[in-house]
Design a binder for this molecule. Structure first.
Ligand SMILES: Cc1cc2nc3c(=O)[nH]c(=O)nc-3n(C[C@H](O)[C@H](O)[C@H](O)COP(=O)(O)O)c2cc1C
Length: 383
């Protein structure tokens, strides 16, 4: 029984870890709506079902402002700042005079800073709307698209997807741009079965595109809601900082220069330069701190060269430097390992910017293979 008590929490932890990893890999899609009477919200729920139907995306339903409508009052309200943190946004609104509603328009008018920061550029967007009779429904979606196009979003239409399966004896809100519901055409309950079906198809198709484009646009909001600049192109950074990557050192034993497991890349390097170890030996017994720092820089450049190979020559695919461990060949009483390792840490941040910030460990060793004064172990997350 005691044994079982120990096993069950470990088992639950494993399941939770796996669940959280799966969630991280899904596209995160915001379903953002405004609604007066709840019709747009009904469509939002169907769109969300479609988004989550293939397991490649997670839908988060939010509205643009608080509502006193009992059906809507408990639904969370989105902030403008959070928009750029998603992999795609499905926008929903009632139709007002062949256009978007005042509520949605008000919210969009607050997105000027996102616009000038290019924060939504390249992010996929799709639109659904609740209509009355449906008059001007395609015009209304098109006018919605105008604002999203100015943001540089990738507009995802429906085409004639699913049209062969809808009930053609009753007027339906399908359009080639996105689904609508004809809320005041009341010979059937609205959204009708066909409109709900079209909404689910739209969500499913949108999730496919959001998943495919995930990570291709890189503006994200920081924890405090401010927008950070688009990451710089790493090749340009290398050129500007005159950083030249060395040839990838050949393995000296039965191992790989790197191993990729899932989205993590594991690399270990020593201070090999042009086929021999730079500044070999023990710090304080023949070589100085400055020489070990030089060797640390060479070692970190080797790490980045191997990483470059692991991402097929495109360092822009590096999502972040997760951890660096520096091992230094030092005398027993040496304590300033952190100063030595800063050379590697600074180089990681110089090259990758914010994405180069990492967790770190450093320690001294009585000897290091091939008499290198330093060895660096590195873990990176990549696309
Ligand atoms: C100011 C105003 C203008 C409207 N203009 C249109 C219109 O051009 N075409 C249409 O089909 N319905 C129009 N409607 C009806 C709404 O689009 C319809 O009631 C919709 O279902 C409301 O969505 P909701 O249930 O999410 O609030 C209009 C409603 C209002 C209040």
């Amino acid at each position: 029984m005691k044994k079982l008590n120990k096993i069950i929490p470990i088992f639950l932890l494993l399941i939770m870890t796996q669940f959280m990893t799966a969630q991280e890999h899904k596209a995160k899609v915001l379903v953002l709506f405004y609604s007066d009477n709840g019709g747009t919200y009904e469509l939002a729920k169907e769109i969300s079902k479609g988004i989550e139907s293939k397991g490649n995306a997670q839908a988060i339903i939010k509205q643009v402002k608080t509502s006193s409508n009992p059906k809507l009052k408990d639904i969370p309200v989105a902030t403008v700042d959070e928009l750029s943190s998603y992999d795609g946004i499905a926008f929903g609104s009632p139709i007002y005079f062949g256009n978007i509603s005042t509520g949605m328009s008000e919210f969009l008018s607050k997105t000027v800073s996102l616009w000038t920061n290019h924060s939504l550029e390249g992010m996929p967007a799709t639109v659904f709307m609740s209509a009355g009779s449906g008059v001007g429904k395609e015009l209304a979606i098109q006018s919605f698209w105008n604002s999203l196009a100015v943001h540089g979003m990738v507009l995802v239409s429906n085409g004639i997807r699913g049209v062969e399966n809808i009930d053609k004896n009753t007027p339906q809100g399908n359009t080639v741009l996105g689904v609508t519901s004809l809320a005041s055409v009341k010979n059937v309950e609205r959204p009708s079965k066909s409109e709900r079906y079209m909404a689910r198809l739209q969500g499913e198709n949108f999730a496919k595109i959001a998943f495919a484009l995930k990570g291709t646009f890189s503006n994200k909001t920081t924890a405090n809601g401010s927008v950070i600049e688009k990451s710089a192109d790493i090749n340009t950074v290398l050129k500007q900082k005159q950083i030249i990557l060395p040839q990838v050192p050949k393995p000296a034993g039965n191992y790989q220069p790197y191993v990729r497991s899932g989205n993590l890349v594991f690399i270990n390097q020593v201070a090999l330069k042009d086929g021999k170890i730079l500044n070999p030996g023990k710090l304080g017994a023949g070589i100085s701190e400055e020489e070990v720092k030089e060797a640390t820089k060479v070692t970190m450049l080797n790490v980045i060269a191997v990483l470059n190979e692991a991402v097929g020559g495109d360092l822009n695919r590096v999502k972040r430097c997760v951890q660096l461990t520096g091992i230094f060949n030092t005398k027993d009483d040496y304590t300033k390992h952190a100063d030595l390792m800063n050379v590697a840490s600074n180089l990681a941040v110089d090259v990758f910017g914010e994405k180069g910030k990492h967790a770190r460990a450093t320690f001294g060793a009585s000897s290091i293979p091939v008499n290198s004064s330093v060895e660096i172990q590195a873990v990176f997350e990549v696309e």
